[in-house]
Design a protein around this ligand. Structure first.
Ligand SMILES: Cc1ncc(C[n+]2csc(CCOP(=O)(O)OP(=O)(O)O)c2C)c(N)n1
Ligand SMILES: [Mg+2]
Length: 437
């Protein structure tokens, strides 16, 4: 790694430190020890040193080099206005509304799933909202987002209407994929949501390709103003997959405008992060490939947003990719089918007490950025919006049968569907070989 890239990575790490300092305001109410409770579950994990010397080494590395130590390298920075606030009132209200939307929408999803309105697996994002909101609310419509199977909230933050997301979950024709994608495959061309991907790691090369497209348009096709960036979200477990490393290499080699955002919620289904990876500090893999790596408290939307600003800015200026590890936590099981019996109740309680929505609310009120009544009004507005989404989805028609072969065959009309819209296989003499294909 060159000295230049090393110093650039240190700068980014320092900027995260600076954020952590300032936005400690968010955590004023928390005991100071909990405001830097990184690697909370993994630090607790016990290894048997006799049976696994490597594991015991790993455990001490974690204790010695938890990212909270990284963020202790503080750089004091005064704001030009002399204000200590990281956001304006309008920005704060936008962040609050987006996080409340994500939470309320998914709480409703759980209800609808258990009432049998949705099919297949449904993975909720409860607890991780600060990551989606912190990044996506800084993006333009033309910027791209690539998600995973935990994709509803990314879609909402990117501006896909709640009605369309809920309808997709209900498998209805009015869904953003006309009911053909379902929970794990949200997609919207209009909003440049390039998709939820059910196979882990599958979205990372797609995102890398999208970022390559932006660079190609700008540098080869000379498209004026094409400074679009791509943000790829994926989990800690996924960061052990090969595509991740291949894409880090390509992205840095070609200085692509992409941000790799690892949502490290400490678990991959029932597998603890520390048990599955040789070095639990995922952000370090950025500098290993020559790009900045940042670790940030993913339960704090203001910290995430500051790190996101810097990474998105770098990408837009053509300075290349950034790897950001957001330490976060999911408040529910892996999917709605998971009884969530493996995770330690004390760990769950510890993260529940750091709810990112509660923290932002407290910051807004204590900083006189919003009153309790204003925030309540937002909650009410969102409740109504989610109710409306459910009613809309419920009343929407199911996809027509003719959609079945769409996106499967290049020309479904010429293949399985006749000019009258009926399936060829429904022709009376189809089995006698008389159907014209
Ligand atoms: C290629 C592939 N292998 C295995 C799976 C099964 N699988 C589904 S979710 C998951 C764990 C992913 O964990 P993580 O990346 O941490 O994401 P999280 O669910 O925590 O958001 C696995 C292994 C899959 N979907 N795709
Ligand atoms: Mg995970």
């Amino acid at each position: 790694m060159s000295a230049a890239s090393l110093s650039s990575s240190i700068n980014v790490i320092r900027s995260a430190s600076f954020v952590s300092d300032k936005s400690a305001l968010v955590s004023n109410a928390r005991p100071s020890s909990s405001s830097s409770a990184f690697l909370g579950s993994t630090a607790k994990l016990r290894f048997n040193p006799l049976s696994s010397p490597a594991a015991s080494l790993r455990s001490s590395v974690v204790a010695a080099a938890a990212a909270s130590n990284v963020v202790k390298e503080k750089q004091p920075k005064s704001s030009p206005s002399g204000s200590h606030l990281l956001i304006t009132k309008e920005e704060g209200l936008e962040l609050y509304e987006d996080m409340v939307l994500g939470r309320a929408f998914e709480d409703m999803c759980a209800q609808m799933y258990y009432r049998g309105k949705m099919f297949g697996f449904v993975h909720l994002y409860n607890g991780q909202e600060a990551v989606s909101t912190g990044f996506i609310k800084l993006l333009k419509q033309e910027d791209s987002v690539v998600s995973t199977y935990r994709d509803h909230v990314h879609a909402l933050s990117k501006g896909v209407p709640a009605r369309q997301v809920m309808s997709e979950l209900f498998g209805k024709e009015t869904g953003c994929c006309r009911g053909q994608g379902g929970s794990m495959h949200m997609f919207s061309k209009e909003h440049n949501l390039i998709g939820g991907f059910a196979f882990i790691g599958e979205g990372i090369p797609i995102a890398t390709g999208a970022a390559f497209t932006s660079k190609y348009k700008r540098e080869v096709l000379k498209e004026e103003g094409c400074d679009h960036v791509t943000v790829a979200f994926f989990g800690d477990g996924t960061a052990n997959n090969g595509q991740f490393f291949e894409c880090l290499n390509m992205a840095q080699l070609w200085k692509l405008p992409i941000i790799f955002v690892v949502e490290n919620n400490l678990w991959a289904i029932g597998m603890s992060h520390l048990r599955a990876t040789s070095d639990p500090q995922i952000w370090k893999k950025g500098p290993a490939f020559g790009m900045p790596g940042v670790h940030v408290d993913g339960m704090d939307v203001l910290k995430v947003r500051e790190v996101a600003k810097e990474a998105i800015g770098r990408a837009r200026r053509g300075e290349g990719p950034t790897l950001v590890e957001c330490e976060t936590y999911r408040f529910r099981g892996h999917s709605l089918a998971d009884p969530d019996e493996l995770r330690d109740p004390a760990e769950k309680a510890r993260y529940a007490s750091r709810d990112p929505i509660t923290a932002l609310k407290k910051y807004m009120i204590e900083s006189n950025l919003a009153s309790e009544a204003e925030l309540k009004a937002i909650n009410k507005k969102i409740d109504e919006l989610v109710e409306d989404a459910v009613e809309f989805a419920d009343a929407s028609p199911p996809p027509r049968r003719s959609q079945l072969l769409e996106n499967v065959f290049a020309d479904p009309k010429g293949f399985g569907i006749g000019p009258d819209g009926r399936y060829r296989c429904e022709d009376p003499k189809f089995t006698e070989g008389t159907a014209k294909v």
